[in-house]
Design a protein around this ligand. Structure first.
Ligand code: NDP
Ligand code: MG
Length: 398
């Protein structure tokens, strides 16, 4: 049995991961659970999975959890932030589900990478931010990287074993890959009148037509910033250049992405849109395991379509693709400004179209910079968050 750490255990990916654990009780020992502040959910998970270690990033919540665990006579040890990083680097953990949302996941994901662990990567923002540094660390430590994001998992599954083994430094040309085709549903506003975008409410934007996900990624899917972040993620995971990456809208979310080869073959992975599928794939490793998801019923769909993305409808996608080729300072800034803008939209402080306006304005203030350390990235992240907050506080009319 492998010892598993679930980072972001109380979230949507955390739920799906633990559901796959329930389906396959002899594969993983749930050794460590980590989240931010959800005491009640974490307590319930501790009662069910009895991990040896548990942590909540919020210190007040952590103290409450400690007390509740004692009241329930549970012996899980509650760790502080430094202990978390040490645990992730220790022999007590074999595999790490990196599923904290946003830049908050960077430190823990990188700690697991540096320690050479088996990493199930859901936290795309950490790779978007740290790109080259992340991949260099994977190479140096020998960490085994498994993409959880459904598109990247589909691409991974559509690749030969030799490409899968060289994740982070794939030679796509040598392997005869002509293009990676990254599919996305287009979100809930694919056919909405552009003139009505200012009236979009958080409740409407969160309601994804096909996937059930956490709030931040749901908004990112509606703006297609999510596909932009995934474009950057794909560049790093598969060492792809501009000519080798293409975004295609596929509203039904049955094909989860494709790889096109130079002989004209296109290989894809398909299935119901449920994250337990890619999670079971990475957790099973060489072996196919149960996910609890039904087989896809091909007779349930009477349409299977593909559309090119329109950047007027999805300006965030364009901003992300452009940032991808500007460098880490730009992708870190894009990610940070987006996190602030999405939260402001969820808090009803800005309109839906203003998300892209905030991100663009913050990017426009940027001066090119070469990044060589994580501390430099964290500083850029901080400055971008402040710039985005200033722009929002000044007020945006759109
Ligand atoms: P959720 O919002 O549902 O969950 C986020 C999790 O992160 C929660 O457990 C939360 O804890 C925890 N968390 C937040 N901040 C911190 C912190 N500072 N320290 C420790 N834990 C923290 O997000 P999702 O599960 O939807 O997404 C997680 C990641 O997976 C994201 O990077 C997303 O892009 C990626 N992803 C998600 C997909 C999906 O279908 N949901 C698909 C593909 C990728 P708490 O509950 O206590 O706040
Ligand atoms: Mg995805």
């Amino acid at each position: 049995m492998k010892n598993l750490a679930v980072l972001g255990a109380t979230g949507s990916i955390g739920d799906s991961t633990l559901s796959v654990c329930r389906q396959n009780p002899t594969l993983y020992n749930v050794q460590f659970l980590y989240a931010a502040s959800n005491v009640q959910k974490m307590l319930a998970l501790c009662i069910e999975f009895t991990p040896q270690y548990v942590a909540l990033a919020n210190t007040e919540a952590s103290a409450q959890l400690n007390k509740q665990l004692q009241d329930h006579n549970l012996t899980c040890q509650v760790l502080n932030e430094n202990d978390v990083l040490a645990l992730l680097g220790s022999e007590q953990i074999d595999s790490v589900m990196a599923a904290i949302v946003g830049a908050a996941g960077l430190k823990t994901t990188l700690a697991a990478v540096h320690a050479g662990k088996e990493i199930f990567l859901a936290n795309k923002e950490s790779l978007v931010m740290s790109g080259a540094l992340f991949i260099e660390a994977v190479k140096a430590s020998g960490a085994k990287l498994w993409p959880v994001d459904s598109e990247h998992n589909a691409i991974f599954q559509s690749m030969s074993a030799s490409l899968q083994e060289t994740i982070g430094h794939c030679d796509l040309k040598e392997a005869g890959v002509s293009k990676i085709l990254l599919t996305g549903s287009g979100g809930p506003f694919l056919n909405k009148d552009l003139g009505e975008f200012s009236d979009i409410t958080p409740a409407a934007a969160i309601k994804h037509p096909n996937w059930s996900m956490g709030p931040k990624i749901s908004i990112d899917s509606a703006t297609m910033m999510n596909k932009g972040l995934e474009y950057i993620e794909a560049k790093w995971l598969f060492n792809a250049n501009k000519e080798q990456l293409q975004v295609i809208i596929h509203p039904q979310s049955v094909i989860h992405s494709m790889v096109q080869y130079q002989d004209g073959s296109v290989i894809s992975q398909m299935g119901n849109p449920d994250m337990r599928v890619p999670i079971a794939h990475v957790m099973g490793g060489e072996k196919r395991i149960k996910s609890g998801v039904d087989n896809f019923d091909f007779f349930s769909t009477n349409d299977f379509s593909f559309v090119a993305p329109d950047f007027n409808r999805y300006p965030c996608l364009k901003l992300a693709i452009d940032a991808c080729y500007q460098g880490q300072h730009a992708t870190t800034t894009l990610n940070a400004a987006n996190e602030i803008a999405v939260q402001a939209f969820l808090d009803e402080r800005i309109s839906f179209p203003a998300i892209a306006v905030v991100v663009e304005e913050v990017l426009n203030q940027l001066t090119p910079q070469k990044i060589s350390t994580i501390d430099e990235l964290l500083l850029i992240d901080k400055i971008a968050r402040q710039s985005a907050a200033d722009i929002i506080n000044r007020g945006i009319t759109c």
